[in-house]
Design a protein around this ligand. Sequence first.
Ligand SMILES: C[S@@+](CC[C@H](N)C(=O)[O-])C[C@H]1O[C@@H](n2cnc3c(N)ncnc32)[C@H](O)[C@@H]1O
Length: 270
Amino acid sequence: MTIAGQESLNRATWSKVSAQRDLLRGAEFTDPGERAALEHVVTHVRGRPILDLGVGMGRTVPILRPLASEYRGVDFLRSMVEASLRAYPDASIAVGDARSLAEYPAAHFAMVVFSYNGVDAVSASDRRLVFRAVRRVLAPRGVFFFSTLNIDGPSFRERPWKIRVWSPRSVLGYGRQALRQLVGAPLDLVNWMKIRRGGDRGPGFAVAPLSAHHYGVLAHYTSLDRQRQELDEEGFAADPVVFDNARGARVGAGSDTRDVDWFHIVATRT
Ligand SMILES: C[S@@+](CC[C@H](N)C(=O)[O-])C[C@H]1O[C@@H](n2cnc3c(N)ncnc32)[C@H](O)[C@@H]1O
């Protein structure tokens, strides 16, 4: 699969009603790491402009908009923009691509957000375009707050034939998750077989199937070292503040990240 193939697969998956239903949530954090990262930056960004990339069904609108002097949301899918505007009709949300952001002023936003691993939807080379575009619109000392999948973590090792239960709150919850996965396994397997060779691989990164939406997405996974290097090369401080998803604990160079599915990163523009 080519880069264009990755892009059309991910767009097609997120255009489906079922995927949009999966992403439909109220004002809740995806995980403790997202909450911890936002708490880390909140005093820096409160009362200042915020740009929210890949806004999807609008989960982050009620979390970020009350903090901002100016809130702007962006998604490259018109159907996502329409859905988030149905939920928040008076919000400023428009179709746009995180790789360009040419329609937004330079050096303007105190924070740019790309939540729930949205940045991982693009290829390794296009990812650089996102960092460059974000850097251009960030004010000096502004922050890019994003999450990104860990190549050393359990998500990268998921396969359709392995049951994986995410922090069940009860035995019943465990049973429900396991049953849902068993029922979905045939579709997972068919989709995984279709896309598994469509990825890419390089030092410290891979583009590979993600279990979300029945293996409907080809996602970029990175090591923390490579992410730090990439940020450094694209004009961000090389020592970003990083939280793991599940516990909201700080991780850094040299941390054992084998049980971290994704990182929440707060990177400061240099
Ligand atoms: C996993 S969803 C996350 C949605 C939302 N941010 C949330 O946390 O619930 C990723 C979103 O990013 C959008 N997206 C992916 N690549 C994009 C790009 N290059 N520019 C703008 N939006 C993009 C997708 O359409 C999708 O709505």
